[in-house]
Design a protein around this ligand. Structure first.
Ligand code: G6P
Length: 442
């Protein structure tokens, strides 16, 4: 890396890219990025140009010698990369809208990450990420793959199981969001708050919380039990928790847990929204149009605050801090998705978990938590089974395996409903599921 760092961002035309660029600019002294390659596909060329030009203006304003390259030639971009970040969406937001709407017809929450929607997002995404892994192996074998693409837990699981890439980390902004929410509830600066995170992506718990090193878990639990504290992300409704349930649970759930612990109320809300403002994907489609209009302004040279309306706001803090700590061997603690290696006793060693890790130049070293509380363990294991079976279906294109994944998802009430949703979604997403429809007979 003597010539400076080369970063390649796949899905570079995403509206989130200014987050990343801002993160690299802020950290330039420690993390001298020399080349940033934003890669997209033919269909995304226009967005890539718009967001890429904004990235160039941001770098110019900062007066830094970071070269920003825009390309649709992924292989050209990957040559000699040090870090590859992935933030793409196969089928774009239109596919997400189907992931959310079709299950609702059957009175089932779609949930684009850990629900039936997440299954289909995985089926579309995993073959693509595995192709990217092959390119990395060939063109930049020493690079770290930093994945943001959802379902981030399932994708990390698939890379660990079905590729030769070992240097992979899955990232999410949920833990940062939780820490910030806790700090707000305690009315203190977030830098003073530490949380022991453990679980899976979008299924992570705060096992203990510290303010200046002293446990304040009880206080945080009480704050969560207070209906005035929504403590959620922009993309998830802040329906209040049953206070006694939160006290009994004793660990801090993430926003996504509402789908599993408050399934009925969340379903009712999603049904109502689908009929009024639209599903989250439909809301985000409008937001994106507004964002890209702003990005087009040649006088704009900062990340516009409107980007914070997206659920992934501040995700660059997760990505850039991770890259910084690997590059500088910082050995600080960050929650990431990585191979369990015994950190959570009731999850297999070779499965992906989201857990606090020490971040070294050799990657994340998970910190052992012993085990999750018995009340949380079952749901986590169930979602892990779902992720594993779904990843297998994505790789094999096997119908029965996909049906199994759909049926064991906790949001799906029966095998019959699972089959109905599966069939309708397979048909709707046909063009992005070649492994199911264009099978090459052996
Ligand atoms: C959360 C999750 C991300 C997800 C995002 C969706 O913060 O951590 O994994 O992609 O929200 O936000 P959106 O604005 O697209 O609904």
């Amino acid at each position: 890396m003597s010539k400076g760092i080369k970063i390649v961002t796949i899905g570079g035309g995403s509206s989130y890219t200014p987050e990343l660029v801002e993160g690299f600019i802020k950290r330039y002294d420690e993390l001298p990025v020399r080349e940033l390659w934003l890669v997209d596909i033919e269909e995304g060329k226009e967005k890539l140009e718009i967001v890429g030009n904004l990235a160039k203006r941001m770098v110019e304003k900062a007066g830094l010698p970071i070269e920003v390259h825009l390309t649709i030639d992924r292989r050209e971009a990957l040559k000699g990369a040090d870090f590859v970040t992935t933030q793409f969406r196969v089928g774009l937001l239109a596919a997400r809208a189907k992931d959310e709407r079709i299950p609702l017809k059957y009175n089932v929450i779609g949930q684009e990450t850990n629900g039936p929607g997440g299954l289909f997002k995985g089926l579309r995404t995993i073959p693509v990420i595995l192709d990217i892994c092959k390119d990395i192996e060939e063109l930049c074998p020493d690079a770290w793959l930093v994945n943001f693409t959802n379902p981030a837990g399932m994708v990390t699981e698939a890379v660990l199981r079905y590729s030769n890439i070992k240097k992979v980390v899955g990232l999410c902004n949920v833990p940062i969001g939780m820490r910030m929410g806790i700090a707000k509830a305690l009315d203190v600066d977030a830098s003073r708050v530490q949380v022991n995170f453990a679980g899976l992506n979008h299924m992570v718990y705060g096992l203990d919380t510290f303010l200046d090193g002293v446990s304040v878990q009880e206080q945080v639990i009480e704050a969560m039990a207070n209906p005035d504290n929504a403590m959620t992300m922009k993309n998830i409704s802040g329906l209040s928790w049953e206070p006694d349930f939160i006290r009994a649970l004793g660990v801090i759930p993430c926003g996504y847990h509402r789908y599993y612990y408050k399934t009925d109320e969340m379903l009712q809300e999603e049904l109502e929204k689908a009929d009024t403002e639209g599903t989250r994907a439909e809301v985000v489609q409008k937001l994106e149009t507004e964002l890209f209009e702003l990005y087009k302004d040649p006088n704009l040279d900062i990340k516009p605050p409107q980007l914070e309306k997206r659920g992934g706001a501040y995700y660059s803090d997760a990505a850039c801090s991770l890259i910084n700590s690997i590059y500088n061997d910082k050995r600080d603690i960050q929650p990431v998705n990585t191979r369990n290696n015994g950190a959570i006793a009731s999850i297999e060693d070779d499965s992906a978990v989201e857990v606090n890790c020490v971040i070294t130049k050799d990657g994340p070293k998970p910190i052992s938590v012993g085990d999750l509380p018995v009340a949380a363990r079952g749901l986590v294991q169930q979602i892990k089974s779902f992720e594993r079976v779904a990843a297998e279906a994505a790789v094999t294109g096997d119908y029965n395996t996909a049906l199994l994944a759909m049926t064991i998802n906790p949001l799906v009430p029966s095998d019959k409903v699972a089959k109905q949703i599966l069939d309708e979604m397979l048909e709707a997403h046909k063009e992005h599921l070649p492994q199911f429809f264009n099978k090459v007979e052996a």
